[in-house]
Design a protein around this ligand. Structure first.
Ligand code: GUN
Ligand code: FE
Length: 425
C-alpha cells in the first residue's frame, strides 16, 4: 500500500468537483485506489505517507482522439478545410511512415510529448503501415502508458502510396493483437479497429472490419460528421444510408463493440438517436474543429441526452497535445455556440471539462480517470506555487491551472499506480 498526501481534486460527476484539502489517498500495490480520506486513519498499512506538500493531485488526462503520425505537422498547415487539408498536407506526411526508421524517430518524440503533457491514456491513430504501427504500440508499452493503437484502414480516395487492402488490415490487426497479448489480458496497450472514415474505405473493407469486430470484440474508432463537404460526400458514396452514422452502423462499426467517433459537429436527428442507443462515444476535438473551420459540436445537447462524451486533441488538425488546451477550447467554443444559440445551449463549466478530460474519457479504458474506490491510480502532481501568490481557494487554483498552467507544472505522473519516468526520445 502507498499513501499520498496532497490537495486532492477530481470530478466524479460532471457538475461537481470533489476537493479534499491536504487529504490522503491510499493505493494498493496493484495500482488500484483504496480510498480518499480527509484525515489520516489509524491503520498499520499506513506507516509511510508520501507527503506532496501543498501541491495539487488530479487524475491524469485521457486523449481519446489523436493521430501519432501527424506529429511533425503540429502547428503547421492549418489554412485549409478538412478534405483539401488531408490531400495537401496530411496524406503526404503519413506516407513517410512506410519507413520504420522515420516512424521510430517521430513516434519517440510523440510519446515523450504525450508523457510531458500528462496524458496517460490515449486512443491513437497510427498509419496504414503495420510495422510502424507495431513500433508505436511498443513505445507505449516501454513508456508504461495506456493506449488503444489503431492500424488505419484506407483503400480508396487516397494516394497510391497510402492504401492498404482489406487483407492487409485484418492481418495487421491480428499481428498487433497477438503481439500485445503477450503483456497479458490486462495489458495497458491494445489494438483498435480503425477505418479512417467512410470516404477512405470501400464497402468491402468496412464489411470485413465489422465482421472482425464481431469475431474479436475489438473496439472501433473513426471520424463522424466533422465537416459539411465530408458529410455531403458520404451521402453520395452511401446512397442507401439514412445518415453518416447509419453507414457505419450497417457495417457493424457503430457500437456493436465499444466505439469512438471523433467530431460529430453536425450530428443530430437519427444519427444522434443511433449513437445514444448504441452507446457510441462522441469525441469532441474543439482545437481541430476551430483550426479546420469545421464547426462547433453541440456538446451541451449530447450531455443533456446522456451520451458518452470525451475529449481529444486530434493533432495535427489540433495544434498541440495539451489536454489543458483541449479543455480551454471546449469551454470557449461552447460559449460561442451559447451566444449563437442565444443561450439555448448552456456553455460548459470547469468541472464539466475536467470530467470530460479525465473520468468520461477514462471510462473507455475501464475504471480510469477518477479517485473513487476501485479506480486505477492515474494521477498528476501539479506544482502551481508560482500561480498561487494570494489567498486562492483550491477551486480557484484548479481554474487558474487549467487556464494558465502547462506541462512544466507537472512534477510527477502515475499510470495504474506506477510513477512514469521521462521516456527517451
Ligand atoms: N478525417 C479523416 N482523416 C482525418 C484526419 O486525419 N484528421 C481529421 N481531423 N479528420 C479526418
Ligand atoms: Fe482525427
Amino acid at each position: 500500500m502507498k499513501v499520498y498526501r496532497a490537495n486532492i481534486i477530481y470530478a466524479p460527476t460532471p457538475d461537481k468537483l470533489e476537493i479534499v484539502p491536504h487529504g490522503y489517498i491510499s493505493v494498493r500495490s496493484s495500482g488500484i485506489i483504496e480510498g480518499v480520506y480527509a484525515k489520516k486513519p489509524a491503520k498499520t498499512a499506513w506507516r509511510q505517507v508520501i507527503d506532496l506538500g501543498d501541491k495539487l493531485l488530479i487524475p491524469a488526462f485521457n486523449d481519446l482522439h489523436v493521430h501519432a503520425p501527424q506529429y511533425r505537422n503540429m502547428g503547421l498547415a492549418l489554412d485549409l478545410e478538412l478534405l483539401p487539408w488531408l490531400n495537401t498536407y496530411t496524406f503526404p506526411e503519413e506516407a513517410k511512415y512506410a519507413d520504420t526508421t522515420y516512424a521510430q524517430r517521430m513516434y519517440r518524440r510523440f510519446i515523450h510529448d504525450l508523457w510531458m503533457q500528462g496524458t496517460m491514456r490515449s486512443a491513437v491513430f497510427g498509419t496504414m503501415h503495420a510495422e510502424s504501427t507495431r513500433i508505436l504500440a511498443d513505445l507505449f508499452v516501454q513508456a508504461g502508458m495506456g493506449a488503444y493503437v489503431g492500424l488505419v484502414g484506407m483503400n480508396r480516395n487516397s494516394p497510391d502510396n497510402l492504401r492498404n487492402t482489406t487483407d492487409d488490415v485484418i492481418e495487421g490487426l491480428e499481428m498487433l493483437r497477438k503481439h500485445l497479448e503477450k503483456h497479458g489480458k490486462d495489458g495497458l496497450v491494445r489494438p483498435i479497429i480503425t477505418p479512417r472514415f467512410i470516404p477512405s474505405c470501400t464497402p468491402d473493407m468496412l464489411q470485413a472490419l465489422g465482421q472482425y469486430a464481431a469475431q474479436t470484440g475489438m473496439p472501433v474508432q473513426s471520424h463522424l460528421s466533422e465537416n459539411r463537404s465530408e458529410i455531403a460526400w458520404v451521402a453520395e458514396l452511401e446512397p442507401e444510408s439514412t445518415s453518416y452514422g447509419d453507414a457505419y452502423n450497417r457495417y457493424g462499426l457503430f457500437g456493436q463493440t465499444p466505439t469512438l467517433m471523433a467530431h460529430c459537429c453536425y450530428t443530430d436527428g437519427e444519427e444522434l438517436e443511433l449513437m445514444k442507443r448504441n452507446g457510441v462515444y462522441v469525441v469532441h476535438c474543439p482545437m481541430s474543429n476551430s483550426n479546420l473551420s469545421s464547426g462547433i459540436a453541440p456538446i451541451r445537447r449530447f450531455l443533456d441526452e446522456g451520451m458518452h462524451v470525451a475529449l481529444g486533441t486530434d493533432i495535427s488538425a489540433g495544434h498541440n497535445l495539451s489536454m489543458l488546451n483541449a479543455m480551454r477550447y471546449a469551454m470557449q467554443v461552447s460559449k460561442l455556440r451559447y451566444a449563437e444559440s442565444r443561450g439555448a445551449l448552456r456553455f460548459l463549466s470547469l468541472s464539466e471539462v475536467l470530467y470530460l478530460a479525465t473520468k468520461a474519457g477514462g471510462s473507455f479504458f475501464g475504471k480510469v480517470g477518477s479517485f473513487e474506490h476501485g479506480y486505477e491510480f492515474d494521477a498528476l502532481v501539479i506544482d502551481d506555487s508560482y500561480l498561487n501568490y494570494d489567498n486562492y481557494t483550491l477551486e480557484q487554483r484548479l481554474e487558474r491551472y487549467i487556464y494558465l498552467g502547462d506541462d512544466r507544472d507537472i512534477r510527477r505522473r502515475f499510470c495504474r499506480g506506477v510513477e512514469l519516468t521521462e521516456p527517451v526520445y
